[in-house]
Design a protein around this ligand. Sequence first.
Ligand code: FRU
Length: 493
Amino acid sequence: MYTLKKANTYIEENRERVIADYRNDYHLMAPIGWINDPNGFIYYKGEYHLFYQYYPYESVWGPMHWGHSKSKDLISWEAVPVALAPDQTYDKDGCFSGTAIEKDGKIYLMYTGHILGETEEDTRQVQCIAVSSDGINFEKVKQNPVITEADLPKNAKPQDFRDPKVIKKGDFYYSLIASKAEDGGGQILLYKSVDLLDWEFVSVMLKGTKDEGPMWECPDIFELDGKDVLLFSIDGLPKKDNNFLNTHSVLAITGKMNWENGIFEKETEEELDYGLDFYAPQTIEDDKNRRIMISWMQMWGRNIPTETKQHGWAGSMTLPRELFIKNKHVYQRPVSEIRNYYTNKQSYNTIKLSDEAKEFETLSAQVSAIELVIDVKSGKRLDLEVRSNVDEKTLLTYDCDTNILELNRINSGIKLIGKEEELVFKRSVYCEPDNNKIDLEIFLDRASIEVFVNQGKYTLTSTIYPTKKADNIKITAEGEVEIIRLDKWDIEV
Ligand code: FRU
């Protein structure tokens, strides 16, 4: 039997056992054990709270709890007691992903209760509420579960019905819930309530075909820069050209949500991140009216070295990112608070490279931010090696003829092998220069790289596991490439 007390005692007694190699410095992780999706992201009484899918007892997925951390600035996080344990009949096999909203000064969590049956057919997923008036201690309400299979439309499977996101519009609360349709496609269901306890089915907000992935997960919706944006994550979206190469992918869809009839009209659709480790993002609007997103920086179905090496923990979140819309496209920028942790600035200006390589002997970048602006007008190709040593490197390549930026981790360190048919070790994105320039903002932590291209137009997020000290930087140009600016800071939290 899992309880909160058992989880919190276990964490207190065992957290010192965790092996620190590869633990990131400025990315959110659990003190010990496994994490996946961010949950219940909320700005509450002057602090950001982030919950997450959590199994404290091992560094593999298990019956899900909700771990909990809070922060004043989205960068420096404090772990607080576990918020939810699977301790009721309606959530006995896991408190799955969900959402948080403030009502009458209290935090209301809505999460999915996972109940395994004797057979897969008998499994059920239901929606439940837990409330807190201090932001730390949560009580599950007696009305639970508040949405069950009795509230499903005809075509929806009661076995796959999860990951509610609650928002408020006028007098109503709406909950978006991911569902699998009987015909084998994904869909998002919309429910409505006035008090967060009594819910009524409204509509199938958006429905996919079988080819658009068998299960959609973790939906989120918000209005930004005059557009409605829908994000969701897809288990098993088939690969299409250069997109969706991971086992799980995240889609950003812009369009128009009609709250009257509950239907989302889709205009554009694209993959949200072009790296190897990015899944299940959640967003909030904070007190500065910023739309901030945080995501799980890991991928289902691949080995995680901290687990295989028995370090006692697995999983990290991305750097929180602020979102913008320009020309119906979602841009991502690192939240500005990260700059408060920049130290040891080193700068280089105007270096012209002509078919040559430059190693920056005096630059060492491990837990760092790098800003690189290059002029590619007369160039053919640029290779940027980061986190490198004599044997290992993480490679970013910009091909000036095809305008393709590629991130390759084949030589980054420990091999990461997945369930994909072919080994997926690199990803790339088409990115035209802006006025002949490509600018890269690169965030390195002990086991991660996050690249923001051309003011956040595209991002590439991946884990990397160098096996020994790896902090060199090298730039190699084919043709003539001008480094207009190269700045590097260490990040100290
Ligand atoms: C997504 C997901 C969710 C589910 C949770 C379980 O990564 O599969 O759909 O609620 O993880 O941990």
